[in-house]
Design a protein around this ligand. Structure first.
Ligand SMILES: Cc1cc2nc3c(=O)[nH]c(=O)nc-3n(C[C@H](O)[C@H](O)[C@H](O)COP(=O)(O)OP(=O)(O)OC[C@H]3O[C@@H](n4cnc5c(N)ncnc54)[C@H](O)[C@@H]3O)c2cc1C
Ligand code: FES
Length: 263
């Protein structure tokens, strides 16, 4: 059972309209977490809301971790009221991390909106452990929803922007930008964002003949493989069911394991 730790809020600020960065002090989480894993936050002490909210690790520092989140509903709205010096109960780390494959020459991240959240930690891990600097496609509906561009530049990543309304970068879908980057043998794509974007990216990678890892989201209750509240349809059979648990079998999956036709 992953631990539950009480963490002090070191920093909490709005980084763009409706989007916040929370940094909490926790040598334990910082020591155990790997890029791609997530945690379950108790957004407010007490029984409401009853369930913790899943969030991935944006960055993993020496004695703290950061979380980048978007306000979706009541839980994230309550979370946004937390102030520096207060404490928050966090369960984790949970789930499987992104794989770090030494044989891959070129890594491309495809991030849609708040789906960028797990990528700064992955970029840092790749640079530190593989000596490889990824390229990043940042896509969003509009310019104000493009997050972390500066952080990726500081890490030395080449960043390609795409917006639906053309307010920044190309007026194009992320999967179109990906195809134009001409990824060939030796390339791996890592994708996180809305299901429709991950599906399009999976289809593009199939056509290009390159592997694609996707980080999925689902509503969660236990976060630890027990309640089956987070299953998604799969192409493989596990215990007579074509289902995988996002919290326990993922959230990072090879895209070929997901039955995209169902989404
Ligand atoms: C493994 C994992 C990692 C995540 N990491 C992040 C992150 O780093 N940053 C971030 O902003 N968000 C992340 N999410 C999504 C986040 O957990 C939800 O946005 C949050 O739980 C919504 O809570 P709420 O109480 O504000 O909204 P609710 O009132 O619970 O829901 C508001 C709306 O959002 C939908 N919703 C709720 N939870 C999810 C979900 N998990 N996936 C898709 N739709 C949902 C509901 O159906 C509803 O329409 C992650 C989800 C998972 C499963
Ligand atoms: S949230 Fe309970 S099994 Fe995934």
């Amino acid at each position: 059972m992953p631990g539950i730790v009480t963490c002090e809020v070191k920093m909490h600020q709005e980084v763009s309209p409706g989007h916040y960065r929370l940094v909490v002090h926790s040598p334990q989480l910082a020591g155990e977490a790997q890029a791609g894993q997530f945690c379950m936050l108790e957004v407010q002490a007490g029984l409401f809301p009853f369930l913790r909210r899943p969030m991935c690790f944006e960055r993993i520092f020496k004695d703290s971790v950061s979380i980048l989140y978007k306000i979706e509903g009541e839980g994230t709205r309550l979370l946004s009221r937390l102030t520096q010096g207060q404490t928050i109960s966090i369960q984790g780390p949970l789930g499987k991390p992104w794989p770090l494959d030494e044989s891959i020459e070129r890594h491309i991240f495809v991030a849609g909106g708040i789906g960028v959240a797990p990528f700064p930690a992955l970029a840092e891990a790749m640079i530190a452990k593989l000596g490889k600097t990824p390229e990043v496609i940042l896509a969003a509906r509009t310019e104000s929803m493009l997050l972390c561009e500066e952080e990726f530049h500081q890490m030395g990543c080449k960043v390609h922007l795409a917006t639906d309304d053309g307010s920044a970068g190309e007026k194009a879908f992320a999967s179109e930008v990906l195809t134009r980057l001409n990824p060939g043998t030796g390339t791996m794509v890592h994708c996180c964002g809305p299901m429709v974007m991950m599906k399009a990216t999976h289809v593009a990678c199939e056509a290009l003949g390159i592997p694609c890892m996707t980080s999925l989201e689902a509503e969660m209750a236990c976060g630890d493989g027990v309640c089956l509240g987070c299953v998604v349809e799969s192409t493989i059979e596990i215990e007579a069911e074509r289902m995988v648990r996002v919290c326990y079998d993922g959230p990072v999956f090879e895209s070929t394991l997901i039955n995209w036709a169902a989404y």
